[in-house]
Design a protein around this ligand. Sequence first.
Ligand code: SAM
Length: 264
Amino acid sequence: MLTMAMTWQARVQRRFDRAASRYDAWAGAQQSCVDELLAWLAGDIRCAGCWLDLGAGTGQLGRRLLSLPDMETVLALDLSPGMLGMAMHGNAGAAILPVCADALALPLASHALDGVASSFALHWTCDPPRALNEIVRVLKPAAPACLAIPVLGSLPGRPADTTQGSALQPLADWRDAAMACAVIEKERVVTYADHYPQPDDWLDAVRAMGITARHAGPEGLGGRQRLAELRDGLEAVREPAGIPLRYTVWQVRLRAPASTNQTG
Ligand SMILES: C[S@@+](CC[C@H](N)C(=O)[O-])C[C@H]1O[C@@H](n2cnc3c(N)ncnc32)[C@H](O)[C@@H]1O
């Protein structure tokens, strides 16, 4: 029998399709990050015209962008039809256009957009140079990208194998990739933490938010031994407030080069 290995993108899409209906109820850190991205990265520039919300998920960021006075259109792009369905729910007639596609191969013309925003999504691409080059390719000359990217060091308490297999990349890799294709205008590292009473509460949250390891074994999180290891690892990082689900997030505003000669 011929069995085809599922690609990483297909696994991510499946996880987020399954998570879509519960995602907003659990995504506290992601909501805080959207607030700060808009206030800190986008608050001191004019956000106008047509922007892309990359890895839009249930559309929290896209809807907020659209409420800015000069914004005309937001493209909500995501791999997961399930997440996009939630983003478009109750959104009839609004200027949010869903695009089901991969951030690593944007189906958009070069130098077309007035801005790109992305929160808690780009780390899933696992390819900082390709992801950032695609963003810069679709931006008009000197247009901004406001990005919040979880980096390696997030999610302490997972056992070593799942941490190594995680989608998270070192901050230095994202930074180097950004400096190679754009100008870094503003940046900082922010930590977000939610706490859960028991390891199983932590695991419920992780599942509800679609989090998956990059190289999980065939048993995934369900294998009995892996689950026991995971619970032990989580107990080992318990804090007074409970078991932390902590993210280290690089918030950065980039500018595309001023001339299109400098980009592809
Ligand atoms: C944690 S959710 C974040 C959603 C939203 N930005 C927020 O802040 O709530 C990550 C989203 O990125 C999407 N995603 C992951 N990899 C992607 C890729 N390669 N291209 C497009 N979307 C992707 C997932 O489907 C998911 O909806």
